[in-house]
Design a protein around this ligand. Structure first.
Ligand SMILES: [Zn+2]
Ligand SMILES: [Zn+2]
Length: 276
């Protein structure tokens, strides 16, 4: 079957549950080939999900300890899910230079309005999502969603992440209520992000989290977008964005089956490629 791996995982150091070692032990018991740690990068303002400068140091030191301790049983990698918020987040290059990180996932969870500087949090409670569109974009979902994809393109072009995290996360709370993801303007924005991903050789992850948490009824990205990824020859991988050890292989087989059905012949992680 497929080599088991997961390069998108969180632990108690950021907003996940349980120790990093619990993820490692479970991954070994399930015969994983590789596991990557990807806590949320520290941000220059208080929040409930990211590492702090102190927990970042502990995270790095725990990762090094585990990489060494389990080197004969599993390939472990130290990565980071880096938030891209223009004017707030540190450059990805800075993180990669200052810390011995082996890979990064670039993600947009907060959309910054270029003029007002206000932040729209797309990954928090539904209320905040709706209030953000009303306060910052005067209820104009099209403008808000367009800003999300523009920031995603900007991230890809300026930061060149190894992996792009949940590329259509902005749909999570929508559930086809305020905008339709099949509308022309929406797919135009998606196309721009995919073209940038293809041009910059970024891996796009198939992120299974929305499905197993029940927040949406499809993957990030949608099947329609996956077809476009194939057309553009974009490298894909499967990640579960685990926030608990039990989630490390959620929908792993199903995700692979879908990619295979769409027509992908091989997948690529930052460290190895394999046929499916
Ligand atoms: Zn994320
Ligand atoms: Zn994540």
């Amino acid at each position: 079957m497929y080599p088991l791996y997961n390069f998108h995982s969180h632990s108690q150091h950021c907003d996940g549950k349980e120790q990093m070692e619990d993820y490692v032990k479970l991954a070994i018991s399930k015969n994983f080939k590789a596991l990557g740690f990807s806590s949320h990068s520290p941000l220059p303002f208080p929040n409930e999900w990211s590492l702090t400068p102190e927990s970042f140091r502990q995270y790095v030191s725990d990762a090094h300890y585990l990489i060494e301790k389990y080197s004969h049983e599993i390939d472990l990698y130290l990565g980071l899910e880096i938030d891209y918020i223009p004017g707030h987040s540190e450059d990805f290059e800075g993180f990669m230079k200052n810390t011995p990180l082996q890979y990064n996932i670039g993600s947009v969870h907060m959309v910054r309005h270029p003029e007002s500087g206000k932040l729209w949090f797309i990954d928090g409670p539904l209320e905040g999502y709706i209030n953000g569109v009303n306060d910052i974009y005067q209820g104009d979902y099209r403008a808000a969603v367009t800003a999300f994809y523009q920031q995603t393109v900007q991230m890809i072009e300026t930061q060149k992440p190894n992996i792009i995290g949940h590329i259509d996360k902005v749909k999570m709370h929508n559930k086809q209520r305020w905008f339709s993801t099949s509308e022309g303007w929406y797919m135009e924005q998606v196309d721009k992000a995919l073209e940038a991903a293809a041009e910059n050789n970024c891996i796009v992850e198939l992120n299974t989290r929305g499905l197993y948490t029940g927040k949406i009824d499809e993957y990030f990205p949608s099947t329609e977008i996956l077809h476009k990824c194939l057309e553009l020859n974009i490298s894909m991988m499967v990640n579960s964005d685990a926030h608990h050890p039990d989630q490390i292989d959620q929908h792993f087989t199903e995700g692979h089956e879908l990619l295979k059905k769409i027509g992908f012949k091989s997948l690529k992680t930052p460290f190895f490629e394999y046929e499916i």
